[in-house]
Design a protein around this ligand. Sequence first.
Ligand SMILES: [Zn+2]
Length: 292
Amino acid sequence: MNEWFLRTFSSENWSWKIGNGNSIMFWRDVWTASQSLKVSYRRLFSLSHFQDAKLHEMVLLLNDESSLQSELWRRQLRGWEIESLNELTMITKNLRFKEGYDEVTWIPGKGSYTVKKGYQLISNCSYVTTESWLKLWKIKIPRRIKLFYWKVSHNILPTNSLIYNRLRKGNGNCVWCNNAMEDHSHILWSCHYAKLFWKEVEVWWNISVDKVLPNHNMLFNLLNIISDHKCKSAWDISVASVLWSLWLARNEYVFRHRVVDFRSEIMLSKVRSYEWSIKSKVISHNSYRLWA
Ligand SMILES: [Zn+2]
């Protein structure tokens, strides 16, 4: 298979030339054969947790032998679904990425390229680069938390605002304050309930989180607060644990009508990050002081 992997579209006048696989949507774009994988592998697409994954991300996931099936799919695959998956994995196995962006190429003689059309295409791309996503993926946390991180970084966490925008259900407001749209940045960062958590984290880590802005880069801003290499891995794990706790607390309230005490939740969050750090050998048993 060519390193430069060019396929034409049946219904459009352009094709993708694969670069770093960072702009092409694995399921939704037409980058192999004449239709999207969402159409050719309809069942697998409907079962995928990663429907909005970029080409490079999905290829890594499919070929990563440590990926657990339960983390990739909404339920266990059976019979012909497994055969479809094998076929799909074969397609991706020989793909070679190269440095530089994926490019849109207008097919000569099939209408003219306009900047507007090109822009529309590019602007559908997510703001998360494969590089930044790969950094997230390498953080030593359990896979289900990686899946959670993936949703946060791609802005597809099932918050009230997402559900309202996609399905017109509810009013999209925050479950805690009912005073703002509940997107991931609000529920995990700027809501007063989340702020209580982050105040505790400031004391715990002896840092200030003031500079983190409530926008789509919130997660990456948070992770960048500590760049010191020695503590960096432990910090990345702790951030994951705190964000996960905030999300669990929100879900407890939504699905079980139970308000969890934030102090016990922050304790749990510390315990969890300590366990993950020990398990991944980011810290040793006797460096528990940070967690005391
Ligand atoms: Zn709120």
